[in-house]
Design a protein around this ligand. Structure first.
Ligand code: TXA
Ligand code: MG
Length: 339
């Protein structure tokens, strides 16, 4: 890929919002791609109905062509135009959780190019809540395909500087609206076929979906989740540092665990919410609140920072076990996967 200058437009006023909207819409209408804020993570957007624009997204991210993209819509009417069959379950979920961090997988409409869905029969649809992203889709009038705005297999960006660290020189424009409010990617629910199933956990939990739909999820099919949703391949969302999720009961136990890692203490970063060591011999001790929403909002920024600061290991105090934390557990599990 040829190096290009990446413009960085910061939204810090109503005028700047309007300017960024005009600039981003112009690039998108011309078939280009732009990095834009959403409430979950920053996305790399292109016209979902234009295969060349979508091919540019895959190239900029170096994303394997077998991993399909989420199609972002401004409203229910646009969502329905992207699918072959809308369902009652989709109606209920959309009424409750849209706009928001929930993606629905449904049989795709003929007008959605195969490159978007990686050749598959279904499309993943999301109506985002972020005011800039919503306005941008309305302004364009077409749905936007947008994966997270990072090189394949890196941690998703929750700030514009994360985007630039990964894609500077590979994209023409990043729109900067500050840090993302949710902080981890949307929950992906498969509604194609019988019943429903969570393909990728997120801040909207399986329990919330079950409560709303009134039926339990269907059992995982024999082919396994990874084939249905390639983003579920284990090695994904990984920092460069090794990540371990663990617990310790005392300062002494923590010290023993850290010593067993075989790297100097200053190359170890801690991510804790409760077991805050009183003496800090570590490279960094990041304290995140014991609140799943605040934790999710801060998580990727802490992982990015550990990488920037050259951590060899990130030791994470295991978060609580409840539905509200399932998206966080999922991302920590992936970030700690060795392959
Ligand atoms: O919050 C989000 O979902 C963010 C923002 C930008 O909207 N987007 C995002 O996109 O995380 P991406 O491409 O990084 O992850 C999309 C996930 C992948 O795991 C992909 O495999 C899955 O959604 N996916 C996309 N289309 C699918 C389909 N038709 N069937 C099953 N899974 C699909
Ligand atoms: Mg991604």
């Amino acid at each position: 890929m040829e190096f290009m200058k990446t413009r960085h437009l910061i939204i810090d006023s109503a005028t700047a919002f309007a300017d960024a909207l005009g600039a981003a819409a112009a690039v998108l209408r011309a078939g280009g791609v732009v990095a834009v804020p959403t409430e979950t993570v920053y996305g790399l957007a292109g016209n979902a109905l234009d295969e060349n624009a979508v091919a540019t997204i895959f190239a900029a991210k170096q994303r394997p062509s077998h991993n399909p993209l989420i199609v972002h819509v401004a409203n229910l009417a646009m969502a329905k135009r992207c699918v072959e069959e809308w369902s009652e379950g989709a109606d209920q979920l959309a009424a409750n959780f849209w706009p928001g961090p929930l993606t629905l997988v449904l049989p795709k409409a003929a007008g959605i190019p195969d490159i978007v869905t990686a050749g598959g029969p279904t499309a993943a649809i999301r109506c985002p809540a972020h005011p800039f992203m919503r306005k941008l889709i309305e302004e364009c009038g077409f749905p936007l395909a947008a994966p997270s705005a990072n090189l394949a297999n890196q941690i998703s960006p929750t700030t514009a500087s994360h985007v630039l660290a990964s894609l500077e020189g590979r994209i023409p424009l990043v729109v900067d609206a500050g840090a993302c409010g949710v902080g981890i990617e949307s929950t992906v629910v498969d509604l194609a076929g019988e019943g429903w199933r969570v393909l990728r956990p997120g801040m909207i939990s399986g329990g919330q979906i079950e409560e709303l739909l009134g039926t339990p999820p269907r059992a995982a099919d024999a082919a396994g989740a990874a084939l249905r949703s390639p983003g579920l391949l284990r090695r994904h969302y990984s920092p460069r540092a090794r990540l371990h999720v663990t617990t310790w009961g005392s300062a002494r136990e923590l010290e023993e665990k850290a010593a067993g890692l075989g790297v100097p203490f200053e190359r170890i970063h801690l991510l804790v919410y409760e077991q805050v060591p009183s003496e800090n011999q570590f490279g960094r001790v990041a304290v995140i609140p014991r609140d799943p929403e605040a934790y999710a909002r801060a998580l990727y920024a802490e992982l990015h920072r550990a990488d920037e600061e050259g951590a060899s290991v990130i030791l994470v105090e295991a978060p609580p076990d409840s539905g509200a934390w399932e998206g966080i557990h999922d991302r920590l599990m992936r970030a700690s996967a060795q392959e």
